[in-house]
Design a protein around this ligand. Structure first.
Ligand code: ARG
Length: 257
């Protein structure tokens, strides 16, 4: 996780961002601290990445890359405003024993690359390029399922789909093409389908350890669905970070190796 020390909304690269909306950095930091504390309370180890002035989106650590199977893929961002983050995150990976490799095509890390059991679900349409999916498959040796996104509000896969455990996902069907929806129905016939009201507060931008699901607290309907499915939903308020188009999952890079 990277603290939102230099968080602002000074450019707009997704529909959630409005450069005329003021950001309260103190509040962003307090909400982010609460998220970090929640993970630690649940027994997880949280490593911190040093934030860099002038990289306001660095708080969305999920986009840093994908670390799995002894391979550390570092992000190649689509927008110039975020290019510097790749350098900072590659340095962090190197310092922590994850020798970073780059892709030739745009990949925005765990924003679009979600691990479910032994496969990777990969989003495309807005950020991560389809060609990068093939590169990720080669680099990790894992099967990669490409899923095309269609609604600009749900520009990263992690805004429209949550991995709950090795065989269970939740998703917002309207964010996907018909083909992608058919793939998801085939692979996950018992998936939780989330309603618009929950999707539109980025409710699916959640992190699960297979039991506890840390989710954006405004997504009350999703919380009920999780509870009925036997998970333990834990709501957190990240309203300031929502102004940049991200929430719980965006602020969290999960390290699998
Ligand atoms: N402002 C950032 C962007 O548009 C938000 C990234 C959110 N991260 C995520 N994993 N969905 O790139």
């Amino acid at each position: 996780m990277t603290p939102p020390t230099y968080f602002t909304v000074e450019y707009a690269i997704n529909p959630w961002m409005d450069t005329s909306t003021p950001v309260d950095v103190e509040l962003a930091l307090a909400q982010w601290e609460h998220l970090r504390h929640t993970y630690r309370r649940l027994g997880h180890t949280v490593d911190l990445v040093e934030p860099v002035p002038g990289l306001p989106d660095m708080v969305y650590a999920a986009n840093a890359g994908l670390i799995i199977n002894g391979t550390a893929i570092v992000a190649r961002f689509k927008h110039a405003e975020r290019h510097g983050e790749s350098v900072a995150y590659a340095a962090w990976m190197g310092q922590h024993g994850h020798d970073p490799v780059a892709t030739r095509h745009v990949n925005e890390g765990q924003g679009d690359l979600l691990v479910v059991g032994s496969m990777i679900l990969a989003g495309t349409g807005f950020r991560t390029h389809l060609h990068a999916h093939a590169e990720v498959g080669t680099l990790t040796g894992m099967p990669v399922i490409s899923l095309e996104l269609v609604d600009p509000r749900f520009y990263h896969l992690d805004t429209a789909l949550t991995v709950l455990d090795d065989t269970t996902i939740a998703y917002y069907p309207s964010a996907f093409t018909d083909d992608a929806r058919a793939q998801l129905r085939r692979l996950f016939p018992d998936a939780i389908e989330v309603a618009s009201a929950d999707a539109y507060v980025l409710g699916l931008n959640a992190v699960s350890d297979g039991k506890h699901v840390v989710y954006p607290a405004q997504a009350t309907g999703f919380a009920e669905q999780l509870h009925r499915a036997g998970f333990h939903p834990i709501g957190v308020d990240l309203s300031e970070l929502l102004k940049g188009g991200g929430s719980v999952k965006c602020c969290t890079l999960e390290v699998f190796s």
